[in-house]
Design a protein around this ligand. Structure first.
Ligand SMILES: [Fe+2]
Length: 183
């Protein structure tokens, strides 16, 4: 089917009428216990009744979640949970690593009360550049980015960044990570 660029543009303008009027703000910091990653001068004006939905990411210790320790390389950065936004219904976080070459493991086998997923993103333009060790039950995999891993509810797993630079994203459909942890 032929696509009319003018019609497409018109649809886009109608779909996003406010984008050209609102200056997107850097997120507000809500947790005194952690330093926002993008701390510093705001990049824009604070405006708009929905600003509360936009929040700075927070660096938090790995040790606040079970089966995770500070031995894991890099920074754990939480983007969303109910500590950041009370009505949040899921958790998103990234482990940010650089220049790994056989890193120590900081995550042990564990399980969740819901399906979860990992996204493995390397720092290269094509998202290559990061290798993560994924253990699923008794099987060990070395997964090269870009890749995803689907973890079914109740499935024993671990994820440890091994080599390269990039981000390991974790998405857990629970308002708080620990609430979805299965003993
Ligand atoms: Fe997990």
């Amino acid at each position: 089917m032929a696509v009319d660029p003018k019609a497409m543009a018109a649809r886009n303008v109608r779909a996003y009428p406010l984008v050209s009027f609102l200056t997107v703000v850097s997120g507000r910091s809500v947790a005194a216990a952690s330093a926002p990653v993008n701390a510093g001068a705001p990049r824009g004006e604070s405006m708009g009744k929905h600003q509360r939905l936009i929040n700075s990411a927070q660096v938090r210790p790995s040790s606040e979640i079970p089966a995770h320790s500070e031995a894991a390389p890099g920074q754990r950065v939480v983007f969303l949970d109910d500590r950041i936004l009370p009505e949040a219904s899921f958790y998103t976080a990234a482990r940010v690593v650089r220049d790994l070459d056989g890193a120590p493991r900081g995550v042990d086998l564990h399980r969740h009360t819901c399906d979860t997923t990992y996204m493995i993103l390397g720092d290269h333009p094509d998202l290559t550049g990061l290798t993560v060790e994924i253990v699923l039950e008794a099987e060990r995999y070395e997964v090269a980015s870009p890749a995803s891993v689907f973890i079914p509810k109740g499935f024993p797993h671990s994820a440890n960044c091994l080599r390269g630079s990039g981000k390991l994203i974790n998405i857990v459909p629970s308002a708080r990570y620990n609430a979805a942890f299965a003993p």
